[in-house]
Design a protein around this ligand. Structure first.
Ligand code: G1P
Ligand code: ZN
Length: 544
């Protein structure tokens, strides 16, 4: 079948952000919009002939239509084989797993992660390379440059394929394999964790847990692994059916949006363990009985105990965290004598370190934790890691966290988000802080004074690439730290994120409310940036 060349014109603003191109569904529905971006990817990677491509998404509104368009274009661009998840479904970590396992040259993942879905909500697309990880900045910048110059895209004239039946079909000269989206991933999990020990924990009746899939992509994964393979009671997974609009919810596993779960861990008869994942399955939130485990602590605790888990029994090569993530994991790495890397926000910065074998575990404060088993953060993996630790240590989650704090001290952490800000004033505020960094050093704010301040930049230790402007860091003389950055994933206005953390090793002060423990720092953060003055906001919209 000969490909059709369709004339097209560049669209404005197809610059990928922290995790690919995210826009409203209506933007993607404009004729040529998705096509241009996909052709820009294919032009940039320039190796389609004879290759295998993986396609899948989080099942949100427009997922199916987008997949049909992309399959026709991939066929026209000469791919030999396309692996697509049944029903168009592949969680982000599962896509990463499938790319790696089947020797694909890459994959296209359709998701706007934790952003709401539906006709008036968000959609997104990103490309992951043959290592299974998000395209590095050099590549995403090249995609963008292509979108500015694009004049034509390639497609073929063919009907939609049935994505609901597993099996093979032909699209032009391309073989389409509709695959079980769960199996490869579930097998990988089984190779990393002690399923026998976990099954014993989940079936001996005393331990009760709940996994909230938030009507997003992890439902089928959690059902297969927790309920089928590990034997947890039916109903352990709630909101398990992926819906195009996530049931009208906000598929973001935090204390605000996963309130149904939070309730189950905090009522009169609380469960022992709870967990949730986001729209595309790469984020995780874990909860103990009446107890929230901060993702920064979670990374540190998984690192400290990794050797108890079969997949990491031989020890870890090193760890990495995004810059705004608290320094809890640094303390563990120091004690274990392994390297700890501080990277800019976004999973793509872990890729080189993982590929080079410099790190085994990595994570971000934004509910992202992962390891070298794939090249994405992995929500369900983190949940299984916790379950395996609880089983191995025969301790409740809460005890594991407490004893970690006693051993290492606690890094209190919170993030304050100011959403939907006017983009210009948000930018101005950040620019002003940046311009005054020099004058900030040595300045006193009540009892605290500023020890150092900089604009975070990163030199990739593997390929030497430089990234600048990755967030403003202010260190205070009590060991506290304030970080300011603007979100790169929002689709409306600007979101200011203010990250605050402070170390405490006094055993009597390990159980405070983080907002209280960090109150002095929160005040300094407002005074330095003039958040209230610039934005008119008295309070953040979301506190995590
Ligand atoms: C947010 C998180 C970041 C994460 C990204 C993708 O990006 O802060 O850690 O990697 O989502 O899940 P941001 O909106 O802050 O740019
Ligand atoms: Zn996500």
């Amino acid at each position: 079948m000969t490909p059709t060349r369709v004339n097209t014109q560049p669209f404005e603003g197809q610059k990928p952000g922290t995790s690919g191109l995210r826009k409203k569904v209506v933007d993607f529905q404009q004729p040529g919009y998705l096509e241009n971006f996909v052709q820009a990817i294919f032009n940039t990677i320039a190796r389609c002939e004879g290759e295998t491509l993986v396609i899948g998404g989080d099942g949100r509104f427009y997922n199916r239509e987008a997949i049909q368009i992309i399959m026709r274009m991939a066929a026209a661009n000469g791919f030999a084989r396309i692996l697509v998840g049944q029903g168009g479904i592949l969680s982000t970590p599962a896509a990463s797993c499938v790319i790696r396992k089947h020797g694909a040259c890459g994959g296209i993942i359709l998701s706007a992660s934790h952003n709401p879905g539906g006709p008036t909500e968000d959609f997104g697309i990103k490309f992951n390379g043959e290592n299974g990880g998000p395209a590095p900045e050099k590549l995403t910048e090249a995609f963008y440059q292509q979108t500015l110059a694009i004049e034509q895209y390639l497609t073929i004239d063919a009907d939609d394929l049935d994505l609901d039946q597993p099996g093979s079909a032909q699209l032009g000269n391309t073989q389409i394999d509709v695959i079980d989206p769960v199996k490869d991933y579930a097998d990988l999990m089984e190779s990393l964790f002690d399923f026998e020990r976990m099954a014993a924990l989940l079936t001996r009746g005393k331990f009760r847990m709940c996994f909230d899939a938030m009507h997003a992509v992890t439902g089928p994964y959690a059902k297969e692994i927790l309920e089928k393979r590990l034997g947890a009671p039916q109903g352990t997974v709630i909101n398990a059916e992926p819906l195009e609009d996530f049931g009208g919810g906000h598929p973001d596993p935090n204390l605000v949006h996963a309130h149904q779960l939070v309730e189950l861990l905090n009522n009169d008869d609380p469960l022992d363990f709870g967990a949730a994942s986001d729209g595309d399955g790469d984020r995780n939130m874990v909860l103990g009985k009446g107890f929230y485990i901060n993702p920064c602590d979670s990374l540190a605790i998984l690192t400290a105990n990794a050797q108890l888990v079969p997949g990491y029994a031989e020890g870890i090569a090193g760890v990495a965290r995004s810059m705004p993530t608290s320094r809890a994991v640094d303390r563990v790495a120091a004690r274990q004598g392994v390297d700890c890397y501080e990277t800019p926000t976004g999973w793509k910065f872990f890729g080189n370190l993982l590929d080079a074998g410099k790190i085994t575990l990595c994570g971000e404060e934004s509910f992202g934790t992962g390891s070298d088993h794939v090249r994405e953060k992995d929500g369900l993996w983190a949940v299984l890691f916790w379950l395996d630790l609880i089983a191995a240590k025969e301790q409740p989650a809460r005890e594991i966290v407490r004893s970690h704090w006693i051993q290492y001290g606690r890094d209190y952490f919170t993030r304050h988000d100011y959403e939907g800000l006017d983009s210009d004033s948000a930018r101005q505020m950040i620019d002003q802080v940046r311009e005054n960094l020099g004058a900030l050093v040595g300045r006193a704010f009540g009892e605290l004074s500023v020890e150092s301040a900089d604009d975070f930049q990163y030199r990739d230790p593997v390929d030497g690439s430089e990234t600048t402007g990755q967030g403003i860091r202010v260190l205070l003389d009590n060991g506290g730290r304030i970080v300011y950055r603007l979100s790169g994933t929002g689709t409306q206005g600007a979101t200011l994120r203010v990250y605050l953390d402070c170390y405490q090793k006094d055993p009597a002060l390990l159980e405070l409310d983080p907002q209280k423990a960090l109150a002095p720092l929160i005040e300094v953060a407002d005074r330095i940036a003039g958040i209230n003055r610039h934005t008119g906001r008295e309070q953040p919209d979301v506190i995590t």
